[in-house]
Design a protein around this ligand. Structure first.
Ligand code: SF4
Ligand code: SF4
Length: 432
């Protein structure tokens, strides 16, 4: 694609990066067919190609974002299905990240949007605040339907719908500390404790620690870790995201220098995609660029690390698992077959639902901010999963677990919970 930026505009490193991305797009439109919002809404401006044109026009003309651009960029799930499809290697992820920063800097959202986004950014990344909010949501649940009837209150209704009926107690696995390896130590890793996940489903990191330590890996949860920053990053609040990234980089580097780390284990693929991108996010910060790149290189989804441990084949369990590949897993991190191979080796029969490339509609805070599109995508995803007639569903991202669980009675678990059980750990409560 031809671009017309001035030398002055290109002096801005963000614009220079976006210009390189834009020049790779050849308008072929292959990406439209695999874009969940285009498939759902049928509007070119809700396709990757349409959004690329809107972003190009806004940046080239040095214009502040307007309501039209904001509408179509806000509808983008950042699922990155278009990145997988694009034959020209267009890095849509960093382009839309830049567009979101530009929107945040130049567009004044209506009061309702500002309040909702401000509330999400102030609560979700902080486990203590999030736990309190979930307890309050449990009381407000009966009013979800009423709130959803009034457009301005729709996001609050969606929040109540997603809140669990019972909030688990704070878990030991969410506290800083070292979990020693059983027997001879084969390796040492740090685990990202996370923000929303340990509050919603502490069993995920418990299963990870139990499985890794049983196979001789010491797991450390370093003090001082914070949310990976992806929630605010996807809202265009770049300073807050970079601050979170710097804090985590400092914490993990200290651990690397103290006793060494073989990997930084991430059990939520949404967070994994962001941490693997810390090197890019902090590339302009001379004090952190190198350190962040080092951390990104060590970040591994738990299934990537487990694949290096050669877990032995187990007897068939007689259970069929529909594997839902989170967008951040398949499109963001390009991890496609590994989790399924691990599940099969562990004795599960694995099925691939149709349209596996399409998002379930969770996408961070998307199911709260864009509830109507999110509901349609969830219904489509659940239909495809249920058509495989599974006994249970496995996936590697807490957002998808929360989203899909509200649309089906089939138990949905994190892949690592099933692997831990198959290799001698606790049977997941959902299967008891
Ligand atoms: S990230 Fe997903 S929703 Fe956004 S343009 Fe690409 S395919 Fe469409
Ligand atoms: S598939 Fe790639 S090159 Fe083709 S329109 Fe989409 S982003 Fe552009």
């Amino acid at each position: 694609m031809q671009t017309n930026f001035t030398a002055e505009q290109l002096a801005d490193p963000h614009v220079a990066t976006s210009e390189k991305i834009l020049r790779k797009c050849v308008h072929c439109g292959f990406c439209t067919a695999t874009c969940p919002t285009y498939v759902t809404l049928g509007n070119e401006l809700d396709s990757p190609r349409g959004r690329i044109y809107l972003i190009k026009d806004m940046l080239e003309n040095g214009r502040p974002a307007d309501a039209e651009v904001v509408t179509h960029i806000d509808r983008c799930l950042s699922c990155l299905s278009c990145v997988t499809t694009c034959p020209s290697g267009v890095d849509y992820m960093h382009l839309v990240d830049h567009a979101r920063m530009h929107i945040e800097a130049t567009y004044k959202r209506p009061l309702r949007d500002r309040l909702t986004r401000g509330l999400l950014a102030a609560v979700l990344p902080h486990p203590g605040r999030f736990r309190l909010a979930l307890r309050a949501a449990a009381l407000g649940r009966p009013f979800a339907g009423l709130l959803k009837r009034f457009k301005p209150l729709e996001p609050f209704g969606a929040m109540l719908d997603l809140a669990p009926r019972r909030v688990p107690k704070a878990a030991k696995s969410a506290e800083p500390g070292t979990h020693p390896a059983s027997g001879t130590r084969r390796g040492r890793v740090a685990i990202l404790t996370g923000c929303a996940q340990p509050v919603l489903k502490p069993e995920i990191n418990e299963a990870t620690i139990s499985l890794l330590t049983r196979f001789g890996i010491e797991v450390v949860a370093p003090a001082g870790e914070v949310c990976c920053g992806s929630l605010v990053h996807h809202m265009g609040r770049e300073e807050a995201a970079l601050e979170a990234a710097r804090r985590n980089v400092d914490v993990w580097l200290e651990e690397i220098e103290r006793e060494g780390l073989d990997a930084i284990i991430v059990t939520a693929s949404g967070c994994g995609t962001t941490i693997k991108d810390y090197g890019f996010m902090l590339r302009l910060d001379l004090a952190y660029a190198g350190k962040a790149a080092r951390v990104s290189a060590l970040a591994k989804d738990v299934t990537e690390y487990l694949a290096t441990l050669d877990l032995p084949p187990q007897e068939a369990k007689g259970l069929t698992v529909a594997y839902h590949s989170a967008c951040s897993m398949q499109h963001g991190q390009k991890i496609t077959t590994l989790p399924k191979t691990l599940l099969k080796t562990a004795g599960f029969a694995v099925r691939d639902p149709a349209e596996g490339h399409l998002c379930c509609g969770s996408a961070g805070t998307y199911n709260i901010l864009q509830p109507a599109i999110s509901q349609k995508l969830k219904a489509r995803k659940v239909r495809n999963i249920e058509a495989t007639k599974p006994d249970l569903i496995a996936t590697g991202n807490i957002g998808c677990i929360t989203q899909i669980a509200t649309g089906t009675e089939i138990p949905i678990l994190h892949t690592v919970e099933l692997l831990d059980w198959a290799y001698g750990g606790k049977k997941p409560a959902a299967l008891s």
